[in-house]
Design a protein around this ligand. Structure first.
Ligand code: SF4
Length: 367
């Protein structure tokens, strides 16, 4: 089987006790795989009983529910009592792998490292170079979940074109993002009409400098007269998502107050970190469209994350450490919340905040 992964995947090491926002100390519910559940069900001791008493089930999926902001299996020293007693091989897949993520298509597998982890964000964003990807053979049985291999091949080509453009620093980040948005809308139309042979030519255009420049120029005309209104509306929308902590909602509120006072778009910040954030989302979510045929909502969500990171950074004049913290919070509170992401994906088709004109305006809050 082939494994495709960005460089950080092999380099990432959890900082454990040095971590200031340990993932075992959040209000997350942790999905428990059947193997782990079965192991603890057979145990006739306090650890087994505590584990099973902390598990809840929703739609056939079992979750270990965190209590008072931390995993119930942590001992008084903050260490995992399950791992101490039975070894890493007997903790749940998610606990062992977090923040790594995987995607399978038959005998092709992808891996990456999620940014809801401060160390992952630090490693990923402090590397100023474009993201480097690698392939290697691994010894693993093919996955049996169905997919269309022809569509996968086309979407792999298209995603590469998206990422290559996002990492092409000859164009402004604004022009790269507007082209990506426009191409995603065209690919979505092809997916909706089941014209998958149209996708490759759309992606190929992302390698043509003239088309990129021309498209960015012509999309300028579609930006509403008051682009800051779109930024205000999006921040109002984000304020009303569900949060587990206080940090991000406060930052969004402050950003909202900041934007309300602006009379003209602010000067854009250097785009290296935002480029990498965009690449992270495109790499992680683009191929999901092979199974759910929905690309546009994922690209719009990516644009919202990039916008939110920038507007919070600018409004608070954040230094590097604070900017990294904001990215981690955005991913922890929004990207890693199924409810929030479902809302964003649905609203990307239903809400005026996510209309094509609003998304283009969102990219013009700074210039
Ligand atoms: S958030 Fe990241 S660095 Fe911190 S404990 Fe979890 S995996 Fe380790």
């Amino acid at each position: 089987m082939k494994l495709f992964y960005p460089e950080i995947f092999e380099k990432f090491i959890c900082t454990g006790s040095q971590c200031s926002d340990n993932c075992c100390m959040t209000d997350w519910d942790i999905e428990i795989d059947d193997g782990t559940y079965g192991f603890y069900k057979k145990l006739d001791n306090d650890i087994g009983r505590k584990f099973l008493n902390s598990v809840t089930e929703e739609d056939g999926v079992k979750y270990l529910v965190h209590c008072d902001g931390k995993c119930p299996m942590l001992n008084e020293k903050g260490l995992c009592s399950v791992q101490l007693a039975y070894g890493e091989e007997n903790i749940s897949d998610i606990c062992r792998e977090h923040p790594r993520f995987y995607e399978w298509f038959g005998d092709y597998k992808e891996a990456g490292v999620g940014l809801a982890c401060e160390e992952a964000v630090r490693m990923y964003l402090s590397d100023a170079e474009p993201v480097r990807f690698f392939t290697k053979e691994i010894n693993e049985e093919p996955d049996d979940l169905e997919f269309d291999p022809e569509l996968l091949e086309i979407m792999l080509f298209a995603r590469k074109a998206f990422i290559d453009l996002l990492q092409n620093r000859e164009f402004s980040l604004h022009d790269r993002l507007t082209n990506v948005l426009s191409a995603a809308a065209e690919i979505q139309a092809a997916l909706d009409d089941e014209d998958i042979e149209d996708i490759r030519p759309i992606a190929e255009e992302l390698y043509d400098p003239e088309i990129i420049a021309e498209r960015a120029k012509s999309l300028e005309k579609a930006v509403p007269e008051k682009p800051l209104a779109a930024a205000e509306n999006m921040l109002f929308y984000l304020e009303h998502l569900d949060f587990i902590g206080d940090t991000l909602p406060l930052q969004i509120k402050d950003a909202s107050r900041f934007v309300k006072k602006l009379s003209a778009p602010v000067k854009a910040q250097a785009g290296g970190e935002y480029e990498k954030l965009a690449v992270y989302f495109v790499y992680r979510y683009f191929l999901k469209a092979v199974r759910d045929f929905d690309l546009l909502s994922k690209i719009k969500a990516m644009l919202v994350f990039v916008f939110a990171a920038e507007v919070i950074n600018v409004s608070r004049e954040q230094d590097t450490a604070a900017r990294f913290e904001t990215v981690k919070e955005l991913c922890k509170e929004i990207e890693y919340s199924g409810d929030n992401m479902d809302r964003i994906y649905d609203d990307s088709y239903l809400s005026d905040c996510f209309s094509d004109a609003a998304m283009l305006a969102l990219l013009k809050w700074s210039n």
